[in-house]
Design a protein around this ligand. Structure first.
Ligand SMILES: *[C@@H]1O[C@H](CO)[C@@H](O)[C@H](O)[C@H]1NC(C)=O
Ligand SMILES: *[C@@H]1O[C@H](CO)[C@@H](O)[C@H](O)[C@H]1NC(C)=O
Ligand SMILES: *[C@@H]1O[C@H](CO)[C@@H](O)[C@H](O)[C@H]1NC(C)=O
Length: 343
């Protein structure tokens, strides 16, 4: 591994310290991979989904090119632990490598050591779908994480797979969505995807998802704190942004780095003397992320409220660019509504 890649991996592992915390599951190669993760690209552009296995048996396919409106299903073990994200704007050669044989970054966000098939975590910022399929008490834990920043809108749809206990759960309490990119956001006031008996993210009008009603086109265009924008607008001719910054038109595709990733400070990352829920409060980044995506996990000690829990046995669909609006399940139904304990 090149020095660059080692440093990259180190930096990412460090920033990933506070993700979904569960018991440790060893990575295996030979588990029965009988659980499906369906990855759907509803973005209008080609994306490059990626999968990192942190426990259990992961899929052979760890990264691919996904044209708009395509699905790829991968198989993992029932005790799999890992994450799914998407990379933007990659350029790989026919071997799935970058110019420097996989040494340099080949994607503008989410890159994993320049390889199409990832062998490690992705570079921040990236919106993550995180899963621990069999955690404590035979339960599945999952979340949408913005802890390492945000690049694409993402939704998670629980798939009961014929399991009666899972089928009985109201799907409007299991399928969170985070839409914080203006290009994928419904700008009207009443978002209703259920007309003409339409289904949306595994739900129907009889058990509709509660959507966020606070955000507007303006708030979604400018939620990312100015200093954390990956693509800040070009400064005008004199090189000085007029004040206030927020009146400047921002680019449509504008990923957002988290304050922890950008500055690495203990108070933003909840590390060192801040490694304690009573000491580490949400940063300006996590507040902004939570207001754009109320059901997402935005900083280290937010996981108690934003981790979904169901009895294990489900498969999942991860949808990039689901469209519409972010869900607000926790805000409208309460933090208890997303904890479905095994009975
Ligand atoms: C999946 O495989 C595991 C391990 O072999 C097994 O215990 C479980 O019953 C299987 N699940 C299904 C749905 O087949
Ligand atoms: C992708 O899978 C979803 C869920 O099963 C299905 O509704 C959709 O039609 C599929 N899309 C394509 C292009 O196959
Ligand atoms: C993708 O990369 C090309 C070439 O570097 C650049 O011109 C373009 O703006 C990038 N697009 C996005 C969405 O980042």
């Amino acid at each position: 591994m090149s020095t660059f890649a080692s440093i990259l991996l180190y930096a990412l592992t460090a920033s990933a310290e506070h993700h979904l915390r569960t018991n440790n599951i060893a990575i295996r190669q030979n588990g029965n991979t009988n659980t499906s993760i369906l990855v759907t690209n509803l973005c209008s552009e080609t994306i490059y989904p990626a999968i990192l296995t942190q426990g259990g048996t992961g899929p052979q396919n760890t990264g691919w090119v996904a044209a708009p409106n395509t699905n790829v299903t991968v198989q993992v073990s029932e005790d799999w632990q890992g994450r799914v994200w998407a990379r933007s704007n990659c350029t790989f050669n026919s071997n799935g490598q970058g110019n420097a044989n996989g040494g340099g970054s080949q994607c503008t966000t989410g890159d994993c050591g320049g390889l199409l098939a990832c062998k490690g975590p992705g570079a921040a910022p990236a919106t993550l779908a995180e899963f621990t399929l069999t955690g404590s008490d035979q339960q599945t834990f999952y979340d949408i994480s913005l802890v390492d920043g945000y690049n694409y809108p993402l939704a998670i749809v629980m798939q009961p797979n014929g399991n009666q206990a899972l089928q009985n759960i109201d799907p409007s309490t299991t399928n969170p969505s985070c839409v914080a990119s203006i290009g994928n956001f419904f700008t009207g006031s009443n978002y209703n995807p259920y007309t003409n008996n339409q289904q949306f993210l595994g739900t129907s009008s009889s058990q509709p998802l509660p959507f966020d009603t606070k955000n507007t086109a303006s708030s979604i265009s400018s939620w990312c704190p100015w200093d954390l924008q990956v693509n800040p607008p070009t400064a005008p001719g004199n090189g000085v942004y007029p004040y206030p910054d927020d009146n400047i038109q921002r680019p449509v595709y504008n990923p957002c780095t988290s304050a922890c990733v950008k500055y690495g400070q203990a108070n933003y990352c909840c590390t060192g003397s801040y490694n304690n829920p009573n000491k580490c409060s949400p940063s300006y980044y996590s507040k902004a992320a939570k207001s754009a995506c109320p059901d997402a996990y935005s900083y280290a000690y937010d996981d108690q409220t934003s981790t979904f829990v169901i009895p294990s046995g489900a498969g999942f669909q991860v949808v990039f660019c689901p469209g519409g609006k972010s869900t607000n399940i926790i805000g409208s139904k309460g933090a208890g509504s997303i904890k479905h304990q095994r009975r």
